[in-house]
Design a protein around this ligand. Structure first.
Ligand SMILES: [Zn+2]
Length: 304
């Protein structure tokens, strides 16, 4: 049977997305809605409607869910930082009740991003890959022979919270000097402003990137600092797990060469051991890598 399909679901702070995906990674139907506010049941009711719309007459053989963290993979609970109504919400059980008890798998959104790019995006044809999402935070995932590297609690590869500065600033996670304190969009903007960058009315990473492209030294310096921290996290990960393909996506990565040029330069500087000197750092190719990665999670349960 080659007409088998799976259902991918992507849970984020700004949108909920779902898609019916073929076993070779083709999206057959998809839809998205803004993440509703409200209590746990109101949010789930909106997700349920989204799933019904996307599913139509299809009978997916498995379901994969990628969600913003934190989450408990073993118990199937999610508590996404930006979805206040869901705290320890039993998402896996609730979705399973909608889909006739087919396998339902839950994964970290960063893992799903990496898996999606590995499957049909910038990492196609590779065996191993580190995927990084740089936006208001820094998420990541590692794919090892087609499977996400989970770790003991399912949260492996949290590169954004790797400490790269022993005297660094406090981080939202409670630690200090994390990659994220340099490389997230808001942190780059804040650093540039502290040094005297004075943008116009709107203040965000896109404006910072435009100013950097126009040659503004303060904006360029903030991107260079962010790139250096990212490169340190990338090379530390590559040295640890022995991989050579890195894909970077997310809002801040839309800066293109403004981010990628300094990342490449710092990666070259840091990566000296022979097995990591060929590190390839590429931009993501997919708009919906997280959704495709969630579908791939589902597919993996059918081919253990
Ligand atoms: Zn941190």
């Amino acid at each position: 049977m080659n007409d088998k399909t799976v259902l991918g679901i992507d849970i984020g702070g700004t949108k909920l997305a779902a898609a019916i995906v073929s076993t070779d990674g083709e999206i057959l139907t998809q839809n998205r809605i803004p993440t509703p506010t409200g209590d746990a049941d109101e949010i789930f009711a909106a997700l349920r409607e989204l799933i019904d719309t996307v599913r139509g007459d299809a009978s997916p053989a498995a379901v994969g869910i990628g969600s913003a963290g934190p989450l408990d993979q073993q118990l199937g609970l999610v508590s996404p930082v930006n979805i206040a109504g869901w705290r320890n919400f039993p998402l896996v059980d609730r979705v399973r009740a909608l889909v006739d008890d087919v396998p339902v798998t839950l994964g970290v959104d960063g893992h799903c991003f990496a898996l999606g790019e590995f499957w049909t995006g910038a990492g196609r044809g590779e065996r191993n890959l580190l995927g990084i999402v740089v936006s208001t935070g820094v998420g990541a995932g590692i794919v090892n022979d087609g499977r996400p590297l989970l770790g003991q609690s399912g949260n492996a590869a949290h590169l954004g919270h790797m400490v790269v500065d022993l005297d660094g600033e406090p981080c939202a996670c409670g630690s200090f000097g994390c990659v994220e304190t340099y490389a997230s969009g808001p942190r780059m903007v804040a650093r540039a402003q502290r040094r005297g960058w004075r943008p116009g009315e709107s203040v965000d990473a896109a404006v910072l990137s435009a100013d950097a492209a126009a040659g503004n030294e303060l904006a360029l310096a903030a991107f260079d600092d962010g790139a250096q921290a990212l490169a340190a996290g990338i090379v530390a990960t590559a040295v640890t797990v022995d991989l050579t393909t890195v894909v970077i996506g997310g809002g801040v990565a839309k800066a293109g060469p403004i981010l990628f040029d300094p990342v490449q330069r710092w990666v070259k500087r840091f990566a000296q051991l022979p097995y990591v000197t060929d590190l390839s750092v590429r931009p993501a190719q997919l708009e919906n890598a997280g959704l495709l990665g969630a579908a791939r999670l589902a597919l993996n349960t059918l081919h253990p």
